[in-house]
Write a protein that binds this ligand. Structure first.
Ligand code: NAI
Length: 505
């Protein structure tokens, strides 16, 4: 079904952070928009605020003055819900409460024509439950924007059990016509983004809990090796620990306490203490006026490395070899099991085993494990882990080699899968399970994670790039090391490996 044309009248209910942003997006796309809020005067104030924000864009030369006037002229406050009766699409962004939202939709059903689409911006409630008992449940759909709606590209178009495919398609096409990147998803807990993103927070929280490194070091690894915009601690400080912890608890409960989504006691402590992040002035970091952000730990290099020996391929870390060569270090290449010998050190990419296990099982002395980097030709920091018998001198050889390539080394405690590798493997695993359960197509899942939470690459495409056998092996080893359900590999990942296929061909 095609997008609604710009003649279609759009109603937005709830003039809070989300409703106002959505109203602005629809008006910018050329629709007449009616904004209603139960609080008197809220809609009018919100429109005046949009006008002021657009005024700043005009002043910066980013928007034409006439366009600003036209956009604002298309936005009108509605003084009653009855004033929305002739709408073609109603998007509600009111309080996150199932009974209140159902009451609103029931009222709208009697007011609006039978072909008016009723959309909810809910981020956690079931669209199926919202539509239950309505006369025309087929026209109820989720239209989940991300905050701030005028900036964030993603819209999750959520189909409940009764949603007509044509309605979901119309909303999808309409969101695309509004300049957004829509994806289709089913009404399941967390939809795509709030489900697939859970391991991003959970794995860093666990690494911190296990004393693997400081929060500043783990954040730096996520940014400088993983190419994420922010690490988990700075991001949750920004989101607010109350909000982030509540989302995790809601997804965990909704999946019947599946241990994969288990909330973290480290985060609960912050919530209990009222350390909610930036908004309270204290989270993992202090936001006091005089507080300096703690620096990430890094090792200093003391040796001179002129050559190394590559035996086989380093797998997903092979890009590092080009960088080593470009730094003027001689690389002697021969067949082997995928290790790099630097002086006495044996270097390998993490496969999810602890260095101590791997050193014993593979018979390597002086083993140094490398963490994953999104792109070894650009990474400015890499995580390392050592076995207990790795000598300080051997580690220094590796640190010196990386320093020669302008890469900082951060030493982690010997945890399985280090920091970036375990996070990316778990993101891919969750994305694979979401694809297996038809929550979205692999393409839509990857798009959602890039457009909704700015990941540098979709988790499934990233897993393809690492190599699915390596991702599966990492998860199998994590599961063995911890003996926990949490790391169980998705059936779809296992099937893809057995088939020799990929998520994206
Ligand atoms: P908010 O609290 O900023 O705004 C809600 C507005 O709705 C308030 O102005 C309130 O007066 C009004 N309202 C409440 N009940 C009403 C009713 N029965 N009729 C008319 N107006 C009513 O909330 P926010 O953050 O804008 O969230 C709104 C919805 O969007 C929720 O469902 C939330 O889960 C969802 N959402 C929020 C995101 C966020 O980052 N804040 C992101 C994506 C979705």
């Amino acid at each position: 079904m095609q997008a609604l044309n710009t003649q279609a009248l759009i109603a937005v209910i709830g003039a809070g952070a989300m409703g106002v942003g959505i109203a602005q997006v629809a008006a910018q796309a050329g629709h007449q928009v009616r904004l209603f809020d139960m609080r008197d005067g809220a809609a009018g104030e919100a429109i005046a605020n949009i006008d002021r924000q657009l005024g700043k864009r005009v002043a910066n030369g980013k928007l034409d003055a006439q366009d600003r006037a036209d956009i604002v002229a298309r936005l009108r406050p509605a003084d009653s819900i009855e004033a929305l009766a002739d709408s073609h699409l109603v998007i509600e962004a009111i309080v996150e409460n199932l009974e209140v939202k159902r009451g609103l939709f029931t009222q709208l059903e009697t007011l609006c024509s039978a072909d008016c689409i009723l959309a909810s911006n809910t981020s956690s409630l079931s669209i199926t439950a919202l539509a239950a008992g309505m006369q025309h449940p087929q026209r109820v759909v989720g239209m989940h924007f991300f905050n701030p709606a005028p900036v964030m590209a993603l819209v999750e178009v959520v189909s409940g059990l009764a949603t007509a495919p044509g309605i979901a398609q119309c909303v999808h096409s309409t969101a695309a016509a509004w300049g957004k990147k829509p994806v289709h998803t089913r009404s399941t807990p967390g939809f795509i983004v709030n489900r697939v993103a859970r391991p991003f927070y959970a794995e860093s929280l666990r690494a911190l809990q296990e004393g693997a490194a400081s929060s500043a070091t783990l954040d730096a690894l996520m940014r400088e090796a993983g190419a994420f915009r922010m690490g988990a601690f700075e991001l949750t400080d920004l989101i607010g620990h109350d909000v982030n912890y509540a989302v995790t608890c809601s997804v965990f409960n909704a999946y019947y306490n599946d241990m994969r989504f288990q909330p973290s006691l480290v985060q609960k402590e912050l919530v209990d203490a009222g350390h909610l992040g930036r908004k309270s002035g204290q989270g993992f970091y202090s936001y006091a006026a005089d507080a300096a952000k703690p620096a990430a730990d890094e090792l200093s290099a003391a040796s001179q490395v002129e050559s190394c020996v590559l035996e086989g391929s380093l797998g997903a870390a092979q890009g590092l070899i080009e960088r080593i060569k470009a730094a003027g270090v001689k690389v002697i290449e021969r067949d082997g099991s995928g290790v790099l010998r630097v002086g006495d050190a044996v270097v390998a990419l993490s496969d999810g085993r602890m260095a101590c296990q791997r050193s014993l099982q593979d018979g390597h002395r002086n083993l140094v494990l490398l963490d994953l980097a999104k792109d070894y030709s650009k990474a400015t920091r890499i995580g390392l882990a050592c076995a207990q018998n790795t000598s300080r001198e051997a580690l220094d050889q590796v640190v010196s080699l990386l320093a020669r390539c302008s890469i900082k080394s951060s030493l982690l405690a010997d945890i399985p899968g280090l920091a970036v590798m375990r996070t990316v493997a778990m993101l891919a695993n969750e994305a694979a399970d979401a694809a297996l359960h038809n929550v979205g197509t692999p393409t839509d899942i990857d798009l959602a994670m890039c457009a909704g939470v700015n990941y540098p690459m979709g988790p499934l495409a990233w897993a393809d790039e690492i190599g699915l056998p390596a991702v599966l092996q990492t998860l199998d080893n994590l599961q063995r090391a911890y003996g926990e359900e949490r790391y169980r590999p998705s059936l779809l990942l296992r099937r893809k490996v057995a088939e020799g296929s990929r998520f994206h061909d």
